[in-house]
Design a protein around this ligand. Structure first.
Ligand SMILES: *Cc1c(COP(=O)(O)O)cnc(C)c1O
Length: 399
């Protein structure tokens, strides 16, 4: 079966929610993918910041295969070994003491919103403030929390209890705080809307506001968490500790899992029956998560990542300087990097991504602002050089 045959069959049966690259991917290894026609790709998308240890990482594959031979699923009516081990690792290496597991980022944010509401229900507070440009998921509540009107269109009426503050100014948030507010929800670095980091001072000011007004601070680390920004969690680098943190994407290197983490006092608002998930923390996904965390927590993992991240940033900055008509600068941390385009560059954003694809180089265009690079954290300098060289050729044709 060729790419074209898979595309034709897929187009005949799928709901039209995606505009996909014209390729059926059949195999992956490290930073490489292969399609049904045998074409090889260098993957700087990693399943949208999911396969952070690279495709089919041996430790993850082994953990998945071993667990699949023992037990696939029993539901949360029971305790299982992998879910317990994963929750222990997450709490040992973060501010959190308690974990609720689910299957995706949107579900982790739903759990966080529900927890913030039930925790604050005695005081009659329920409203969540999030930021413009944010992305929190595609369920109705997380769409309502998402601060981008394009995701709301056609789905109104949205659930009540969500307001959005302008990006970048703590006063914008303060203006919206009322007797109804229960929490502020934000990403330490906005990935989807064009790789926009929140300045550490801004995050500290938000923490301060939450403390002064008795609000919970929720960090959506679905994209930034699990090593992506150069530390296990992004909050560690900005000197601000949230009350609730959500995780998903890279947590199991490709199997569906999500988690909502918090402290014991806050978690106590959830009692048996208040919230649940049939599949959440499934043994196979959790076993993969344990393998991911053990691999990242091994000596030298982050030191080595910092070195390659600095190299990548430097190469992108050179490129930005060489093409000032198209590139406005470089943003991001760790292996969540964006080459911000100028107005002229933005016009060509989708075409640049497509021409990179034709060369077997996978990147995307985030938030109609920046070319986004989210390779496996294990990406080599040679692989970085290959993508930079491809990008240089593509940009050179546009000036
Ligand atoms: C991807 C993402 C989500 C949604 O995760 P899903 O697993 O697609 O539900 C939520 N928040 C952020 C910051 C994300 O990047």
């Amino acid at each position: 079966m060729s790419n074209q045959e898979w595309i034709t069959r897929g187009e005949a049966v799928f709901a039209g929610t995606y505009s996909r690259f014209p390729a059926a991917i059949v195999r992956g290894e490290g930073c490489r993918l292969w399609d049904a026609d045998g074409k090889e790709y260098l993957d700087f998308l990693a399943g949208i910041a999911v396969c952070s240890l690279g495709h089919c990482h041996p430790a993850v594959t082994e953990a998945v295969c071993n667990q699949a031979k023992k037990l696939l699923h029993v539901s949360n009516l029971f305790y299982t070994e992998p879910q317990t081990e994963l929750a222990e690792l997450l709490t040992q290496h973060s501010f959190a003491e308690r974990v609720f597991m689910c299957n995706s980022g949107a579900e982790a944010n739903e759990a966080a919103i529900k927890l913030a509401r039930i925790y604050s229900s005695g005081a009659g507070r329920y409203e969540v403030i999030s930021l413009s440009g944010s992305f929190h998921g595609r369920t109705l509540a997380t769409v309502a929390a998402t601060g981008q009107p394009k995701f709301h269109k056609g789905f109104e009426p949205l659930p009540a209890g969500f307001v959005h503050a302008g990006f970048g100014e703590p006063q914008e948030i303060e203006k919206l705080i009322s007797s109804k507010t229960c929490a502020v929800l934000c990403e330490p670095l906005q990935g989807e809307s064009g790789v926009r980091p929140l300045a550490p001072e801004y995050l500290r000011a938000i923490r301060n506001l939450c403390d002064r007004h008795g609000l919970l601070l929720i960090f959506d680390e679905v994209q930034t968490g699990i090593g992506r920004t150069g530390s296990l969690f992004a909050y560690e680098q900005c000197g601000v500790v949230p009350d609730i943190m959500t995780l998903a994407k890279a947590l199991a290197n490709g199997l569906p899992i999500g988690a909502m983490l918090t402290r014991t006092k806050i978690a106590a608002a959830f009692t048996p029956g208040t919230h649940a998930s049939t599949f959440g923390g499934n043994p196979v996904a959790a076993a993969a998560g344990v393998a991911v965390l053990k691999t990242m927590l091994a000596d030298g993992f982050f030191a080595d990542l910092h070195e390659r991240s600095a190299y990548f940033i430097q190469r992108l900055e050179e490129l930005a300087q060489n093409f000032p008509q198209l590139c406005a600068g470089v943003r991001g941390r760790g292996m969540l990097l964006g080459l911000v385009l100028t107005d002229k560059g933005i016009e060509h954003g989708p075409a640049i991504v497509r021409q990179m694809f034709d060369r077997g180089l996978l990147i995307n265009f985030a938030g109609m602002q920046a070319l986004r690079f989210i390779p496996p954290l294990t990406v080599s300098k040679e692989e970085i050089d290959t993508v930079i060289a491809g990008l240089r050729e593509v940009l050179a044709k546009l000036v």
